[in-house]
Design a protein around this ligand. Structure first.
Ligand SMILES: O=C(O)CCC(=O)C(=O)O
Length: 282
């Protein structure tokens, strides 16, 4: 049975920007999801190599995967009700066929950069033209938007989050400095002059250095909803098995927002996946 959402949960989510509904996946479905996710990981590594982080839009590999299993995830008893209780009656789980699965690396540790989805990866001119700070304040605090989900199939402590940061239009000086202190190239060290251990500790220190960051410690089936326009990061090591469903609690408004703005930002979305820093970080 899914743990009921309380008024305190609703309030805290609106302040802190994240909430974990514990262990929503029944054992038999967990077994099926792990089996299909292992196949998805093999596909991701075939496409992107041994360090592959994700398989986006699971549905695109429907010929190799048993899609019924992902449909069963959509239909977990009480899940949509819990989402609506935490958010609003208009919210629904994005069909898992359209979702992503996140994986751990095979060879080397690495981490993404600290980032805030969407806003920190848009060039200044495009940002001013379409949003600007004032409009963004409304959009980022609108709970119809930006409710991302990580639901791990194995224990997962890869994601770090900065509670309350989603509310702020401007980053603090300390946040900007930390953001500027590393790059995706350094955090991947693909040239391999660093040992695995040295790279692992470098990435861990970079996670820990973010003011007020918390490490999300998730058990199998924990359903963690977080405001992805707040600061977050994924930090990965090859010795930890990671297969995590990465999806969102959606609304008709957010579907419309994405269809309006994501095509416009397509060129940037590609860089968002790689976490290339904008030229002028805000
Ligand atoms: O791995 C994670 O949990 C976070 C991933 C992420 O933020 C990203 O790839 O944009």
């Amino acid at each position: 049975m899914i743990t009921p959402i309380t008024e305190e949960d609703r309030k805290r989510y609106r302040e802190e920007g994240y909430h974990i509904i514990p262990q929503i996946i029944p054992a038999s479905l967990l077994k099926d999801l792990r089996r299909e996710a292992a196949k998805a990981q093999a596909i991701a590594r075939r496409i992107d190599g041994p360090q592959a982080q994700r398989l986006s839009a699971i549905n695109t590999c429907r010929e190799e995967l048993d899609m019924n299993v992902f449909k069963d995830f959509d239909e977990i008893e009480g899940l949509n009700q819990a989402i609506q209780d935490l958010l609003t009656p208009a919210h629904f789980l994005q069909p898992t066929a359209d979702a992503t699965i996140l994986f751990g690396p095979c060879d080397r540790p690495w981490s993404t950069e600290w980032h805030r989805d969407f806003r920190d990866h848009i060039e200044k001119a495009l940002w001013e033209e379409n949003f600007g700070d004032k409009a963004w304040e409304g959009i980022s605090n609108d709970f119809n938007f930006w409710n991302q989900v990580n639901c791990p199939l194995y224990e997962d402590n890869s994601t770090w989050y900065v509670p309350r940061s989603f509310k702020r239009v401007r980053n603090t000086k300390e946040e900007r400095e930390l953001y500027a202190s590393s790059t995706q190239e350094i955090l991947r060290n693909e040239t391999s002059e660093q040992s695995d251990e040295s790279l692992e500790l470098y990435c861990l220190n970079y996670c820990q250095a973010m003011p007020d960051a918390v490490q999300l410690v998730l058990n199998p089936g924990d359903f963690c909803i977080y405001r992805n326009i707040g600061w977050h990061i994924g930090n990965y090591v090859p010795y930890r098995k990671r297969m995590t469903i990465h999806t969102q609690c959606d609304t008709p408004e957010f579907v419309a927002f994405r269809s309006k703005y994501f095509p416009l930002l397509n060129a940037r979305a590609a860089s968002l996946e790689k976490h290339v820093k904008p030229k002028e970080p805000r």
